[in-house]
Each structure stands twice: as C-alpha cells, then as structure tokens.
Design a protein around this ligand. Structure first.
Ligand code: HEM
Length: 546
C-alpha cells in the first residue's frame, strides 16, 4: 500500500514538473518568436526571496518612497519582482502604460488580486468586474456625468459653507486674523464624505456638522450622528484593509484581522440602510439634476438591493478619498509656496470679484458669479490642480492581470528597449506616481511644485492621474469642478495660508529649487492604492473686511 502511495505521489510530481517545463519551453519559444527579452529581476534575498517577502510584510514606513522607489532606481523603469506572495511586472514607462490602458486594453483585466482585495468592500462592482459586466455598468453610470449634472454647483456650495462655518472662528463680520491649526486631511475628508454621500444616496452623513459642536446645539440628531460617525471611521479602516490585502498579495490570509472584517460589516450595514431608505421612501426625490445617483440609476434600470449596494460602495470609493487627497495636497503645497498662492489668488479675484452683498451676516465673499465653465477657464487654477495631481496622484499605483499571452513594448534586455512577453495571468503593476516624477520626462525639477510647467503639454501617457483609455475615470470633470470651486471660495475668503509645523521653516535657508524639492518631500505620504496627506496642519489668514 505504501509503495502504491509513493508511486502515486511520484506520478503526480512528474506530471506537474512536466507540465511546468512544457509551459516554460513554450513561453521561451514564444518569447523568441516575438523578439522579446526578459526584464531585469529584483534580486531575491533568502531562499526563494523569502527575506524580500518578510521585508514587505514587516514594512511600516512609506511604501512608495521607502520600498518601491528602490526597485525603480536600481533595476530601471520596468522590472520583475518574484517572491513568495507576489510575482509582478512593475512598470513606470508611458509606452507600456499606453498598451495596458489603451492599445492592448482587451488583453488586460482587473484580475484576481484586485478582486480578492476589494471584494469584501466592493463586491462585484465596477472596479472588480471585467468584460460585458464592466461595459454594462459603465454605460449605466455614464449619464450621471453629463454636463448639466456635473456643472451644477448646489451641492458643493452647501457643504463648502460648512467648511467656512468650521474654519472661521466666529460669525463676527469684522473678524480678521489667523485661524487655529486645521488638519487638511480631516477637513477635506469630512467635506468629500458629506458631498459624496449626498450625491450618491440623496442624504448626507453630515460629518462636518458632528465634527463641530452642532450635535449639542441640536442641529443634528445624536443617534444618526453616531451611526454616520461610525460609518466614516469604518470606511477608512476598510480602505486600510484593502491596502493590506493588496500589499500582502497571496499572504493576505495572514492578516485577517477582526478590525477589518467588522469595519467591512459596518460599511455594508450602513449602505444597506441607505439603500433601504431609497427603495422605501426616496424614489420620489426631486427629478432632474438634483436626483441622487442611486435614484437616477433606478430610473434607468431596475436594480436589486445587492446591485444598488455595489454601485454605491464603488462610487463612494471612487470619489471620496481621491477628491479629498487632491484638495489636501493642493492646500499643503500652496501653504509652502506663498508666491504661487498669491498668483493664484489674483487670478481668482480678477475672475470672480468678491461680491460683498452676498451674505453680509457672515461676511462671506460671494459665490454668485462662479460657474463651472468659468472655473475650468481659469488657466492658472487648472495648472495648480494638475501640478498637485502630478506630484501626488491620489491613485499612485494600479494593477492589472493579463487575460492572455501578450506583449509590452518596453523594458526587456540590458538597455530596457526590447519588448517583454507577458504570459496569461501575469500581474502587472504600473505607477502614475513614478511616471509623474521621471526627470527624463519632466526635467531636473520634476520633484518641484511648478504650475508654470503646464504652459507646455507633457508627452502622451506621461500624465495619468485619472487613468486613460476605455477605463478612464468617469468623474474627472466632476472632481476638477468641485476642487476648483473649493479652492476659489477658500481663496476668496483667506488671503494667506501657512503651515502649522515649525519644522518647515528651516527649509527656507536652502536654494530655491532644492527648497521646493525638500518642501514637497517634507509632506508625509502614506498609502498604497490611495495616496493621502497625513498630519499636515495649516493656519488660514482672513483680512479685515473693508
Ligand atoms: C481627483 C479625483 C479623482 C481621481 C484622481 C480619480 C482617479 C481615477 C482613476 C485612476 C481611475 C481608474 C482606476 C482603475 O481602473 O484602477 C478612476 C476610475 C473611476 N472613477 Fe475616478 N478619480 C477621481 C474622482 C472621481 C469622482 C469624484 C468620481 C465620481 C463621482 C469618480 C468616478 C470614477 C469611476 C466610476 C471610475 C471607474 C471607471 C471604470 O472602471 O470604468 N472618480 N478614477
């Protein structure tokens, strides 16, 4: 019996070894016939690269600047990583990114890693599905982003007023001076959570209200506040859970922490409640541009609760942290570059003169002349936003998987100019963050914040904060209009912004270009699938009104 078992095991081992060797042989032949060469491979440390994997699992610092940048500096703009839990082609080459997102689009899909890491929060939603399912979902969502809807500023105006309520210490019309320290990440994450939930569900979580004393003043109901507060927290923890699942790849089962599963559950419960409200009461919401995204989807197609659920979580993840990251990095950068702030403010004030009649009680500069069209025409404002997105793309890394054997045009051989073969199921990670900072593309000041560089267009596919090709961001214009509005209103109100951290002051002794570089670097970054600003506080200055 023992002999039989040994023989059976030996047969199985021989079968798999044979299959593996046959695959290697076929791929080698294919590689030769397509004139492909292998990309450089990240040096493995320890047996099978176990030490690399351990380093990745233990790493606590900034993944982008601390761990991944080493690979690009040492092995070039396209290289391969093969270690337990992660086998990926890493690329920061525009030619490869064009192939992945556009010319070779049909050969790539979201793949298992994205599905596995995002499914607990996003289910079978737009970000995790592929083929016909994805096409159908995208076509259903597209009408939500028609011009008449994205240019409506009612929602952003309403929640922006709350930012002003929150930042300006009192309602006294004559008040002037520096505000207290304001954490940019917290400020804009609350703002985008409020706008996103109202846009999607038709009712806002109003996190800005519960962040102030409004609960005790009776402006919001306390039990609803604790639910929404819990939701905002659970949503953030869930995002972290997704990040960890992505970074740890197949080893993610080691990180099944209770904290993440309860956060995923909390988010699910909250979204279910909103979907339930919608199905029960809210389908009679106002028609036209003010209809919530979900109500508009229901008008176009009958969706069940599960589908509504998936659409809402996918839209929430797409819109909330990305727009918050854009706003917080923009204001952090402006606080470090007073010259750019002044130039931007003068464009804003000349295009939208302060309308003193608008709200005398609160001494708010007016919003009456601001339109989405005019905001998009403010050249310097758009350059500033583009430059912030270049240095800090909110989605710094994207991952796809090959659906069939295919080829990327660059990265093979010693000089990296040869095409590389991408076998079916191969994971490919590409990095807007590193492409956006390549000195050979953007010049020696690639790390500096210099909006003027946008007087010239960059080479194609070297700037991809909103991705590109058929899967390009659907909310691009919506996000840019909202961000432009917030920057405009805040700079109408405040004339100066300074960082609250004294650590930034010593940098002014450096030379101009070095100073800007260090200043940009001094902003701490974190995250993997989404980049956000951490622990950066500023003071805003309000002039005395005339
Ligand atoms: C600064 C803000 C934003 C940035 C940088 C951004 C960036 C991106 C990127 C890089 C993708 C491609 C993701 C991938 O395929 O892996 C994407 C997709 C998407 N974004 Fe945005 N986004 C922003 C804001 C928004 C907003 C406000 C909305 C909606 C209200 C939105 C809706 C979407 C949707 C629906 C997709 C999926 C498209 C598809 O798979 O077909 N985005 N976004």
């Amino acid at each position: 019996m023992l002999d039989f078992n040994v023989a059976l095991l030996a047969c199985i081992a021989i079968f798999y070894t044979f299959r593996r060797l046959r695959k290697i042989y076929r791929l080698r032949k294919l590689r030769q016939s397509l004139s492909c060469r292998n990309p450089p491979r990240f040096r493995r440390r320890g047996p099978l690269g176990i030490n690399n994997a351990l380093e990745r699992l233990r790493f606590r610092g900034d993944i982008l600047d601390g761990l991944l940048v080493k690979g690009f500096e040492k092995y070039g703009f396209t290289h391969e990583i093969k270690e337990p839990g992660l086998h990926a082609i890493m690329t920061a080459q525009p030619e490869n990114i064009r192939t992945i997102m556009s010319t070779g689009f049909e050969s790539f899909g979201p793949g298992k890693i994205r599905k596995r890491s995002m499914a607990p929060l996003l289910g079978q939603g737009l970000f995790t599905v592929d083929g016909e399912k994805w096409r159908h979902a995208r076509n259903l969502l597209r009408p939500l982003f028609v011009k008449s809807k994205i240019t409506d500023l009612t929602l952003v105006h309403k929640h922006l007023e709350r930012i002003l309520d929150f930042t300006i210490p009192n309602d006294d019309a004559t008040w002037s001076g520096w505000t207290g320290p304001i954490d940019l990440k917290g400020l804009f994450e609350r703002f985008t959570m409020d706008t996103a939930t109202e846009a999607i569900f038709g009712r806002s979580v109003n996190s800005q209200l519960w962040a102030t004393a409004s609960i005790s003043q009776g402006k919001v109901d306390g039990s609803a506040a604790s639910m929404t507060q819990g939701f905002a927290r659970a949503f953030d923890i869930s995002l972290l859970g997704i990040v960890i699942r992505m970074v740890t790849g197949r080893l993610s089962f080691l990180f099944k922490r209770r904290k993440f599963s309860s956060a995923f559950n909390f988010v699910q419960r909250y979204v279910s409640l909103q979907v339930h409200h919608l199905l029960k009461d809210d389908l009679s919401q106002p028609s036209g541009i003010h209809k919530s995204f979900l109500a508009a989807l229901m008008e176009a197609e009958t969706l069940n609760e599960k589908q509504l659920h998936e659409y809402s979580t996918n839209l929430l993840i797409a819109s909330r942290n990305t727009t918050a990251a854009l706003l917080s990095f923009t204001f952090a950068l402006l606080s470090l570059h007073p010259d750019i702030l002044e130039k931007l403010r003068s464009e804003i004030l000349s295009t939208f003169p302060i309308d003193q009649d608008s709200d005398r009680t609160k001494n708010r500069p007016g919003s009456s002349t601001i339109t989405a069209e005019k905001l998009l025409q403010c050249r310097y404002l758009q350059w500033v936003l583009r430059e912030a997105l270049r240095l800090f793309p909110p989605i710094p890394i994207m991952a796809v998987e090959a659906k069939k054997h295919t080829v990327l045009p660059m990265g093979g051989g010693e000089d990296g100019d040869a095409p590389i073969l991408i076998p079916k199921d191969q994971l490919v990670m590409f990095f807007p963050y590193f492409v956006h900072r390549r000195r050979d593309i953007w010049g020696d000041d690639a790390e500096s914040f210099r909006p003027e560089r946008w007087a010239n267009s960059p080479p194609s596919w070297a700037y991809i904060p909103f991705a590109g090709g058929p899967r390009t961001c659907l909310g691009k214009q919506y996000a840019l209009i909202h961000a432009s509005y917030v920057v405009t209103r805040l700079l109408q109100t405040f004339s100066r912004i300074k960082p609250a951290h004294p650590t930034n002051d010593w940098l002014s002794a450096e030379t101009e270009s070095e100073r800007s570089r260090l200043k940009v670097r001094s902003i701490r970054k974190s995250g993997f699938i989404s980049l956000f600003l951490r622990k950066f506080q500023v003071h805003f200055w309000k002039d005395k009104s005339p």
